[in-house]
Design a protein around this ligand. Structure first.
Ligand SMILES: [Cu+2]
Length: 151
């Protein structure tokens, strides 16, 4: 008897809660910088589905550090259209790495991340040649760098 009425009570609570499940207010967190994290897979309908290529007029370039721990990226040259460019680097290696974009007065670096982390650097770029590299000590000199061409 007790248990039964408890269940009834829980249902009575659960139904109205589930019924009003529109969290309009709580979705105002940090969506802005997330242009790169397309894999989010949650219900963000209007923004993402619109743009055919990549969200919000920016371009996202994906690279990865060498999984075996070599001091290099998996790409040595990248191309992007002028505008907002974001480089997203996966770090599957045991070493700390980051990604930095430099050139034409621009210098932005992402966080240094350890295994499993993602480092992102984004900047508004004009056409020209830039370089991207890992700013961790010695890594760039060892070959962890590449060319970013903006058209
Ligand atoms: Cu590095």
């Amino acid at each position: 008897m007790r248990a039964l009425s408890l269940i009834a009570l829980l249902c009575a609570i659960a139904i109205p809660v589930a019924g009003c499940g529109d969290d309009d207010d709580s979705s105002t967190s940090g969506n802005d910088t997330g242009g790169a994290s397309t894999g989010a897979s949650t219900t963000k309908s209007e923004e993402d589905t619109g743009g055919g290529a990549s969200g919000g007029g920016g371009e996202t370039l994906k690279i990865a550090a060498d999984p075996g721990g070599a001091l290099k990226f998996d790409k040595s040259s990248l191309t992007a259209k002028a505008g907002k460019v974001t480089i997203v680097m996966d770090n599957p290696s045991d070493l700390p790495h980051a990604v930095e974009i430099e050139g034409k007065g621009v210098e932005v670096s992402g966080d240094t991340v350890t295994k499993g982390g993602v480092s992102k650097a984004s900047a508004d770029l004009k056409p020209g040649e830039y370089e991207f590299y890992c700013p961790v000590d010695g890594h760039k000199d060892a070959g962890m760098e590449g060319t970013l061409t903006v058209n």
